[in-house]
Design a protein around this ligand. Structure first.
Ligand code: MG
Length: 376
């Protein structure tokens, strides 16, 4: 069995080798011997963005996501973490958090997955994406153990899943027009704004297409008056809803905005897990649930039920993720009003295949668990 010192040695070797091995740049394994053997592998893989990805906060050409593979009793499960700088996350910290719990996790009974959720809630703090990676791997393992896709275990009808939108990041007018043309096969678009040239961006989109769009300001507008003015203008441009118009801590101002807004106001950065939802119900019409914020599928389920009880609309979103985490979220999508699960469509080296998209509609593969398969 690998001890803690060996983990650290492996970690150091992994980080040192990063520049040389761009694919699986980090690797740590836990291999207890004997009956009920459990192997847990943690690796970082670099996902390359097809276009430089710019939102109101930052810009990037790639993302380093952390993958967790569990093998126990001859059954495997795969999970993914997409560390996000907005929440103080990065691949190294995420890997460390996961490595720290491997010795205990590998001894747990995966069929008691609710117990594993409780264990993760107390043992992984501060990197919710690390929790998500383990939760996804365990739930994939469960689906594989029962031989059924997750949506079936939850009693969901995949025919009820909403169509997903495709996101267009902030860019120059010419590049935005080009991106909108490239996105022709997607019936719904989500447009990022929140910098000085919002109107220019929306006009560029509208010069190419009249399909419905959703708009995400990523906390980019700074006063309630500015936000209301922008939203009233957007309402004349066939926009379905506005996501996170104001900074997440401006709850009172957002409640003021909700009363006056001609379109639904959706919380994203303001909501991570179920505990955040009650206080948001007065200020927003709905919430954007993401597995990386919630810490996985089981917490996302709690959030869905709580949001419904509070009469909130539900959107299911994502970070820049491979088909592992996107497929996981897609299995929950029949529960929600709006889907924005396009992270895997924005990268050009997805290491996995899983739930596909055709005309915006999810195509669930005939495979158990998350339904994903490693392809590179
Ligand atoms: Mg958002």
């Amino acid at each position: 069995m690998m001890n803690r010192k060996q983990f650290i040695q492996l970690s150091t070797a992994g980080i040192a080798g990063m520049a040389l091995t761009p694919a699986w740049v980090f690797q740590a394994k836990s291999q207890p011997a004997g009956k009920g053997a459990c192997m847990i592998e943690v690796k970082t893989r670099r996902l390359n963005l097809a276009h430089t990805w710019t939102i109101s906060r930052n810009s990037s050409d790639y993302k380093d996501n952390v993958f967790v593979k569990i093998e126990k009793d001859g059954i495997t499960g795969i999970g993914e973490a997409a560390p996000n700088v907005r929440y103080g996350e990065d691949a190294d910290l995420t890997t460390q958090k996961i490595n720290d719990i491997i010795p205990q996790l590998s001894k747990m009974n995966f069929y008691h997955y609710q117990e594993i959720k409780n264990f993760l809630d107390v043992s992984i703090t501060g990197q919710s994406c690390a929790k998500a990676a383990v939760d996804l791997a365990v739930m994939d393992w469960i689906g594989n153990a029962f031989g059924q896709p997750l949506y079936k275990l939850w009693g969901l009808n995949p025919g009820q899943a909403p169509r997903t939108s495709f996101s267009i990041g902030i860019d120059t007018v010419e590049v935005i027009k080009q991106k909108v043309r490239e996105a022709e096969k997607y019936p719904l678009l989500k447009i990022k704004v929140g910098r000085a040239n919002d109107e220019e961006i929306i006009d560029a989109v509208r010069s190419v297409t009249d399909k419905p769009i959703r708009v995400d300001a990523n906390e980019g507008w700074k006063t309630k008056e500015e936000a209301l003015e922008k939203i009233n203008w957007l309402a004349t441009r066939n926009v379905e809803f506005i996501e996170q118009p104001l900074p997440s801590d401006m709850l009172k101002e957002t409640a003021w905005l909700k009363e006056r807004s001609p379109m639904p106001v959706i919380a994203d950065e303001a909501v991570k897990s179920a505990a955040d939802i009650p206080k948001l119900a007065e200020a927003y019409h709905g919430i954007n649930i993401k597995l990386m914020k919630s810490g996985g599928l089981l917490e996302a389920l709690r959030m869905i039920h709580m949001a419904r009880a509070l009469n909130l609309k539900i959107m299911l979103g994502c970070m820049i993720e491979s088909s592992v985490a996107i497929s996981a979220a897609a299995h929950l999508s029949p529960f929600v009003d709006w889907a924005d699960l396009d992270g895997n469509l924005l990268i050009n080296n997805d290491p996995y295949s899983g739930v596909g998209v055709k005309d915006g509609q999810f195509q669930f593969p005939d495979r158990p668990g998350l339904g994903v398969r490693e392809i590179s």
